[in-house]
Design a protein around this ligand. Sequence first.
Ligand SMILES: [Zn+2]
Length: 373
Amino acid sequence: MLLNQKYEIFPNEEQKEMLDRWLQYCRQTYNSALLDKQRKYRESKESYRRKDMQTQLKMDKKNYPFLKEVPSQPLQEVFLRLEKAFDSFFRKDKNYPKQKKYKDYTSMTFPQFGFNAKGNRMAMSFSDNGKLYNTKPKLGEIDLLLHRPLEGTIKQLVMKRQGKRWYAIFSVERQGVPSEMDPNNAIGIDVGLHKYAVLSDGREFENPTFLRKKEKQLKIAQRKLSKMKRGSSNYRKQVMRIRQLHEKIGNQRRDFLHKLSYNLSRTYSVVCVENLNIRHMVRNRKLSKSISDAGWGMFRQMLSYKCEKSGGLLVKVEPHYTSQDCSSCGERVKKSLSIRTHICTKCGVVLDRDYNASLNILQKGLEQLLVTN
Ligand SMILES: [Zn+2]
């Protein structure tokens, strides 16, 4: 089943000019192929097919190098449109195809999107930060507003001008996502120090109180130890006590993480988390203690195999800017770790910092899932 999902895109002035130019080149190609077809028929009563048009386009590109500015996919798709127009005419559904005027020709089609089988980018794809992307020296990145998640495998992209606005219309195939993986049932999770996990549906999971109690006990015990005389019998007893506390905390944390990951993997079919480089983060000494204790790596591992077991999927996304970017408009709002609220300077949205991050993680994960499918 193919479905169209339409999103507004926001090209800057330069990009708008280029898109407009591409449309004009497509329109000219359409019109000149139509003329060629009519001439051929007049002169020899022979039909002029798509293959002939493509041969002509190759020659045209040599004579008119500006045609090379347009990616070849939408330029070639023009002939398919012409063919369809004649088919409708012969079926008596429509009038004889006419030369297209500026206002009649408002869209171009990219019959492929994302990455090819070899993993190379097609003419249009999503960039790493989720924008519409065309190879750098040309269009570059265009902002788009994913007001609802893309659901399915992207089969083609139509870029359309309507008045002064531009839209991206994705043709999406639903079967692309395995049936048991319902993207509507996806969740983004932000793990952190303040709350253990914040979910993109608004749920929050605190570190359990008994764990925090034990951690306080541990801190006190460690302080006590530092005042004791090294090697004394009291010192050795205290070391034992601390070791036992560590063990208890470890067990309780593992227990907590097992329950949490089990619960999440049974509730959601697609779970998106950050692919945090723990080793890199632990180098930051101030954070190091709590991070290595928080067992984030263990949590991710548990999630991974539990999701797999229940027929779901764990998607790991790159952590760049997930806490900075605005989940509602995409604006990058720089903020230090101590700032707990995301206040967007562009669209004005105000969200809990971690909740905003969880929404970004979900969006990134879904995009990743769709592009790799
Ligand atoms: Zn915003």
